[in-house]
Design a protein around this ligand. Structure first.
Ligand code: IPE
Ligand code: IPE
Ligand code: MG
Length: 242
């Protein structure tokens, strides 16, 4: 990719369209989830290569528990098997992996492997992969408010300590704000993904389903990001694009 291009510091990817990808090929929906893992492997390597520093991946929303039990079970098993299979390579590449979302009601096997991966990759810093699993922005807001109230109740903080930075530090992860949010499959919504963190993000909605969102598609997204003029409420000659 062209060296002159600005690379967003924090990219969010809403990995949507797995089911439709499979159905259009006459396969069961779950085959789309399986195929998404291969895409993800390619994308992670590519993002590390081009210099993305933080990537938040929407893997499973709090609302996705509404799906058919069999699909949920398939996804949980797929998370466990792919995490176990892939994390060593990511760890060796210098990738730090963190997880955002509620632990309840994730199965114990999922919790065990995510705890292990978080611990084993915590010294890395080349690329931070924030895997949003059983994640919902509304749930995160509720959890953040409770966390802050606990601190207040214990007398550890006063009301004056609560400012925007403090709110940010009490989210699931203290990461820089999202610069660029990509949602595949042509849907034009956030579906409860990082509402607070995306306040000044640029949005990109490619038509392709996630299993087809390869490195080439990612590069197209970066080209689109470079066309955007970010103002952050200021005026044009003060634009900053990362
Ligand atoms: C995204 O693909 C993956 C998850 C939500 C877990 P979908 O499963 O939502 O696929 P579509 O949108 O139904 O095609
Ligand atoms: C959002 O996709 C969640 C993930 C990609 C993990 P959904 O497919 O669940 O979103 P809706 O239901 O179409 O809004
Ligand atoms: Mg979907």
């Amino acid at each position: 990719m062209n060296d002159e291009l600005k690379i967003p510091v924090h990219v969010g990817i809403i990995m949507d369209g797995n089911g439709r990808w499979a159905q259009e090929r006459g396969m069961v929906r779950t085959m789309g989830h399986k195929s998404a893992i291969n895409t993800l492997k390619e994308l992670c390597a590519h993002m590390a290569e081009v210099g993305v520093k933080y990537c938040s991946l929407y893997a499973f929303s709090t609302e996705n528990f509404k799906r058919d039990k069999k699909e949920v079970k398939f996804l949980m098993n797929l998370f466990v098997s792919s995490f176990k299979k892939e994390y060593i390579k990511l760890k060796e590449r210098g990738v730090r992996i963190v997880f955002s979302g509620r632990r309840e009601p994730l199965p114990q096997e999922v919790l065990d492997i995510i705890d292990q991966i978080t611990e084993e990759t915590k010294v890395n810093s080349d690329l931070v992969l924030n895997v949003c699993l059983n994640y919902g922005s509304h749930a995160e807001t509720v959890d953040m408010v409770k966390k802050i109230c606990e601190q207040y109740k214990k007398g550890d903080i006063s009301l004056d300590d609560i400012d925007e930075e403090f709110i940010q530090r009490n989210m699931y992860q203290d990461l820089p704000p999202l610069d660029f949010v990509i949602r595949t499959s042509g849907e034009l919504r956030l579906s409860n993904f990082m509402l607070y963190q995306a306040s000044y993000a640029e949005f990109y909605f490619p038509q392709v389903y996630f299993p087809d969102f390869n490195s080439e598609e990612f590069d197209k997204a970066i080209l689109e990001f470079n066309k955007r003029k970010r103002r952050f409420g200021g005026v044009e000659n003060e634009t900053k694009n990362s």
